[in-house]
Unconditional design. Structure first.
Lengths: 237, 507
């Protein structure tokens, strides 16, 4: 049995199907549970050192991954000048370490604060474990296998596109080191867990973005003949 | 003009005895659930006092409410600097969010031990136990009414932000038992016209209902970004730590929709509360919120429309206001208290949320500082009760900081009117004040005898129907209500246990 083609050629489709169907189903049937489940209200001192570094680090790293998937040639031409390559790699590593630091603070907080422990669910534990594996494997890959921004564009990116275009070709990543493979496999577990955990909250960022760039301050809902269900009081921003 | 209607509540502070029956009535109906134990949608504070959550009025700390920028725009205080972009920067961690320690850690007592303790030399005790962690607590150091009745306490009362601007001798009164003043201050959500919670919610979960102005949080849309808790200067949206959703006073809308009084107002033993309809011009809201501090209350009064004016009635009809609402607005006790008689005021108008609950400032203690004390006017030897209201124990400045954004003349007007009504009634009943004195007191504050009689009636004798003029909403006739959801939701309270999250927290 070719494990590579099972894990990286067929499993992705199962996981993506579950994630997409599950997320839509949760939104339709149980929007009430769609929450960031913030625990800042119970403990905010350690959280400050966890949440800021974690979110800023991970959001930028994730955006860089997504950028590389869509514009691999832009990354490669940026990296053509050695200094720019070093700058990109170092920036990525620092952001990864920032996220790792935040994550460690999260773990410390979950373990030591009894109030936070009281609101920790099974899903929260899985979330932390998956994120730890993901960030550690990512940072370790960056350290042990240099110039990831280059070989990512030449191996993982074409593999992802082969998945997206329904012609899976595991040859692109079959030769990657184990650490990188763990990183990719764990990323799939992360996607699998989205509909079943607080991970859904990053999809809810649509609301805040709409709030910042579009919505007026006030919202009014009418039940009667005034018509529209929602209507701003005034258009002042 | 954009005429709209609002359900509004008034509080007669002179009559509040601080019994907390309103708070308990509200709690029993709405917040006896896990995650909501610490919430008091209705709470009663002792003023001067630190309040609940502690020093909530201190907006330098909590950054609640609105401010007018140098460019003349209205901006949430929370979003200082880059404006709404700050929402994205602070979404991961909010620097101004109160934590549970600013309210109190909800607790119960280990009552089982009283029954099941093994025989021993000592009396068994019921130790306090946290309702969050289930662990025993060393000691309870703060509770929902921690500074109740401690109006004279330098430990609590001196932290009251409303003492700003008082003279040192007035502040000294707080520590001298025989000169002491304090009164009770019941609070619910103000269901503001310019609500900061609605404006701050990044999910768009909070909205104001068009027909009755009640501000609600859509529990299906709330994503726990928590901005409403920070932005509301009154700290009336609460974060449910169990469900990960914010909740707030819902003005008992399932009751008011069917013309029943709110749980808090209904249960009030002092009968201090009235509920009624106000008509206002929504086009004026932004302008009202931008007024300078001393003009705020007058601007709010200008935005309230006269329900007996034929032009206003025509406008109301045009905007689809139903006849029973127009009729209720014409009988509204709130309109009379706030606009017609001008004796009630909004709470902290300087937060610029245009709050829609109104408070009649307290006149008592009617006894002034005794004459022997510095600055006192009351001579215990004489039978003279009705002295100058300016020299009453509760400093005008304090009431003005609380109710009129510092405008003392408005408070004085209200107190003089209340005093004139007392003299008028005493003359009618006992007859020892003198007609001339009563007439000059009424004339001085511009009250007619009819008004004085009406005020007296509303604040003392009014029946249930006079105090609570709440029109039915006729939800069954509203187009957007699906009758099936009404059937499904019958008998439910809209909060509480819902579907279980897979692998997740239960509620």
């Amino acid at each position: 049995m070719d494990w590579n083609s099972v894990l990286y050629g067929q499993l992705p489709y199962v996981i993506i199907t579950i994630a997409v169907v599950g997320t839509i189903a949760r939104y339709v049937t149980n929007a009430y549970s769609w929450s960031s489940q913030s625990s800042q209200f119970l403990e905010n001192k350690v959280l400050f050192f966890g949440s800021f570094p974690w979110h800023f680090g991970i959001v930028l790293v994730l955006l860089a991954h997504i950028f590389a998937i869509f514009f691999p040639s832009a990354i490669l031409s940026w990296n053509a000048v050695p200094f720019r390559l070093y700058a990109l790699e170092v920036t990525g590593l620092i952001l990864g370490l920032l996220a790792l630091f935040g994550l460690i603070m999260f773990v410390y907080r979950r373990l030591t604060d009894s109030r936070v422990r009281a609101v920790t669910s099974t899903a929260d534990v899985l979330v932390i474990i998956i994120l730890l594996v993901q960030v550690i494997s990512g940072v370790a890959t960056a350290i042990y296998f240099n110039w990831g921004s280059n070989w990512f564009a030449a191996s993982a990116v074409p593999w992802i596109w082969s998945i997206i275009t329904f012609s899976p070709d595991v040859a692109f990543i079959a030769g990657l080191p184990l650490l990188a493979k763990i990183h990719i496999f764990n990323a799939m577990l992360f996607i699998l867990l989205i509909p079943f955990s607080r991970f859904v909250h990053f999809l809810a960022i649509v609301g805040p973005i709409q709030y910042v760039f579009g919505r007026p301050y006030q919202l009014v809902r009418w039940y009667g003949p005034r018509g529209a269900r929602t209507e701003p009081i005034r258009q002042y921003k | 003009m954009d005429l709209r209607t609002q359900l509004s509540m008034s509080f007669h502070l002179d009559k509040c005895i601080g019994c907390h029956t309103c708070s308990v009535g509200c709690k029993n109906v709405w917040t006896t659930r896990q995650g909501a134990e610490y919430m008091w949608w209705n709470n009663v504070e002792t003023k001067p006092g630190a309040g609940y959550p502690l020093t909530w009025e201190d907006q330098e700390r909590y950054m609640g409410g609105w401010e007018v920028t140098s460019g003349g725009d209205l901006r949430l205080k929370l979003l200082k600097g880059p404006g709404k972009l700050r929402t994205l920067a602070n979404i991961f961690f909010q620097p101004n969010l109160p934590t549970i320690d600013d309210y109190y850690e909800p607790f119960t007592f280990d009552y089982d031990n009283l029954f099941n303790a093994p025989a021993g030399d000592d009396q068994p005790v019921a130790r306090p136990k946290s309702l969050i962690t289930g662990e025993f607590m060393e000691k309870i150091s703060i509770g929902p009414n921690w500074d109740d009745d401690f109006g004279g306490s330098p430990l609590y009362a001196s932290n009251d932000p409303n003492l700003k601007g008082l003279s040192d001798s007035q502040k000294l009164m707080l520590t001298q038992f025989h000169k002491l003043f304090y009164f009770y201050f019941p609070r619910i959500c103000n269901h503001c016209l310019n609500p900061a919670c609605v404006a701050s919610c990044p999910s768009g979960a909070i909205y104001k209902r068009g027909e009755d102005g009640i501000v609600l949080i859509d529990q299906e849309v709330c994503r726990a970004w928590r901005f409403c808790v920070s932005a509301c200067p009154f700290k009336k949206p609460y974060f449910n730590w169990n469900t990960g959703k914010s909740e707030k006073c819902i003005f008992c809308y399932p009751r008011t929709e069917t013309a029943q009084a709110n749980a808090c107002a209904h249960s009030c033993t002092g009968r201090i509360r009235c509920v009624g309809v106000l008509m206002y011009d929504a086009d004026k809201i932004e302008d009202v919120a931008k007024q300078p501090d001393d003009r705020l209350v007058e601007a709010m009064r200008d935005a309230i429309l006269d329900p007996n004016d034929p032009a206003v009635i025509a406008e109301a009809r045009k905007n689809g206001v139903e006849d029973n609402w127009i009729k209720a607005a014409q009988q509204s006790p709130i309109y009379n208290l706030f606009k017609k008689w001008r004796i009630a005021f909004p709470h902290h108008p300087e937060f610029r949320t245009v709050p829609m609950n109104y408070y009649v400032p307290p006149l008592s203690p009617i006894l002034h500082q005794a004459k022997g004390d510095q600055g006192g006017t009351y001579d215990p030897e004489s039978s003279e009760f009705f002295n100058d209201v300016e020299l009453m124990r509760i400093p005008l400045k304090y009431l003005a900081n609380l109710l009129t954004a510092g405008n003392e003349s408005l408070i004085l007007e209200s107190l003089k009117k209340q005093m004139a009504v007392r003299m008028y009634v005493r003359q009618n009943r006992v007859g020892d004040v003198g007609d001339a004195k009563v007439k000059s007191a009424l004339d001085a504050c511009g009250l007619s005898e009819v008004d004085a009689e009406d005020i007296y009636r509303l604040v003392s004798l009014a029946t249930f129907k006079e105090r609570f003029v709440i029109p039915e909403m006729h939800r069954e006739s509203k187009t957007s209500v699906d009758p099936r959801t009404m059937y499904e939701k019958r008998g439910s309270i809209g909060f509480g246990r819902k579907n279980r999250e897979f692998l997740g927290r239960q509620w």
